[in-house]
Ligand binder design. Structure first.
Ligand code: FAD
Length: 373
């Protein structure tokens, strides 16, 4: 068999780039295929840029493992490579009795996961955040924010310096299993072509179930059906960012961690994301969610925010395995050899905390690749 590639990575979001930076080395021909004209145009540039601590997910899940490991790796990476970050910490605050019960459960869950957390007294709450209102809260010192574009640029630079080729405006349209390896069908500006590769790594984000289907996986049977969940952000004007010292989150009560304070590395303040399931990809944000923003626990916790400070801003869409009303689903990161697909690695449902987990996921997939090649 003549292969033109050793490893083909589909998708140049943060996950595809991180994996490319991990698996590329002398003697390996690594290609990253991306249908957009630049890297990170989908989930990876439309998120809260939070380095999560690992509080929310099931203890033995990949989400918790990858998040805890990724958290430490990201701070080290940022330090060593001049990537902007702020380990500002976050407070999770309860504003009523029902939330207090949930807050205590969440605190225990986070502690069980091995996350350093500190329950705050009322006095400590007002010392840390004098403008915040709440009846109970805990502090997560290892949560922070990162310049996600700079992180992607770093992974991109490391991968290409080591010899990876990244092809933009190049869409994978079909994959066929060959006697050994895979034939990958592609469309680009010059038309269509195909090539042979030994390993395929599916990092296609919102479309990763489609890529899994291309190679013949029954996504219903495999339980890979994705649900798109749109999160909208509102910008907050009026210099309100000066009244907050760190990230502030509500107690999660629904599909997500809840509308929270988002600060970027330049201390730009947004509220969001407010999540709801959608059937199509549209990043349009109008004012239709305003009422839900105004009624969110965050507005109760931060009474200095005026409705007039809030303006609809951006949105992102997340690739979730968990459908509406369903319970926790873990990341799928899987070498599909037992489905008769040796050398095919799927990453499906890499939603939050995917950004935080990216360097840990890259290591994990790096081990899988080393077992194959
Ligand atoms: C609103 C929101 C908030 C979030 N907040 C956080 C947060 O604060 N912290 C955190 O850790 N995580 C967060 N996340 C999650 C994080 O953004 C994702 O886990 C991460 O970006 C996933 O990266 P990815 O590379 O898998 O996907 P993507 O960035 O979506 O990249 C997939 C790529 O595959 C390409 N592709 C798809 N199909 C094909 C094909 N057939 N051929 C070629 N290319 C293809 C796409 O064009 C795309 O560029 C958030 C996500 C959202 C949406």
């Amino acid at each position: 068999m003549t292969y033109q590639a050793d490893i083909t990575i589909i998708g140049a979001g943060i996950i595809g780039l991180a994996i490319a930076s991990q698996v590329t080395r002398e003697g390996r021909r690594v290609y990253v295929l991306e249908r957009n004209e630049a890297f990170g145009q989908e989930q990876s540039s439309r998120n809260s840029e939070v380095i999560h601590a690992g509080i929310y997910y099931e203890r033995d899940s990949l989400k918790t493992r990858m998040c805890l490991e990724g958290n430490g790796l990201l701070y080290e990476l940022c330090e060593r490579n001049g990537i902007a970050y702020n380990k500002c910490g976050k407070i999770i605050v309860a504003t009523n009795d029902v939330e207090v019960e949930e807050l205590e459960k969440l605190y225990r869950k986070g502690r069980d996961n091995g996350v350093p957390l500190k329950m705050l007294s009322r006095r400590e709450m007002s010392q840390l955040e004098p403008n915040m209102r709440g009846i109970a809260a805990f502090f997560s010192p290892t949560t922070g924010v990162i310049d996600s574009y700079a992180l992607m640029r770093y992974f991109h630079g490391k991968a290409t310096n080591n010899g990876a080729q990244i092809a933009y405006k190049t869409e994978v349209t079909g994959i066929e299993k060959a006697s050994e390896g895979y034939k990958v069908m592609v469309e680009d500006a010059s038309g269509g072509f195909s090539f042979m590769t030994r390993v395929v790594i599916n990092c296609a984000g919102l479309f990763s179930e489609k890529v899994a289907e291309m190679v013949g996986i029954d996504i219903d049977e495999a339980n890979y059906k994705l649900h798109w969940c749109k999160g909208e952000y509102y910008s907050v004007s009026g210099g309100r960012n000066k009244l907050i010292n760190r990230l502030i989150y509500p107690v999660p009560m629904a599909i997500s961690v809840g509308v929270h304070v988002c600060l970027d590395v330049n201390w730009r303040l947004r509220l969001g994301p407010l999540f709801y399931y959608v059937d199509e990809i549209s990043y349009k944000v109008d004012d239709s969610q305003r009422r839900l923003f105004l009624e969110s626990s965050m507005m109760k916790a931060l009474p200095f925010m005026e409705p007039a400070d809030l303006e609809p801003e951006t949105s992102g869409i997340m690739a979730m395995l968990q459908g509406e009303g369903e319970s926790f689903r873990d990341f799928v990161i899987r070498h599909e050899h037992d489905r008769g697909l040796p050398g095919f690695i799927n990453l499906v449902g890499i939603e939050t905390p995917g950004l935080t987990s990216s360097p840990a996921i890259a290591r994990y997939v790096g081990h899988l690749v080393n077992e194959i090649l």
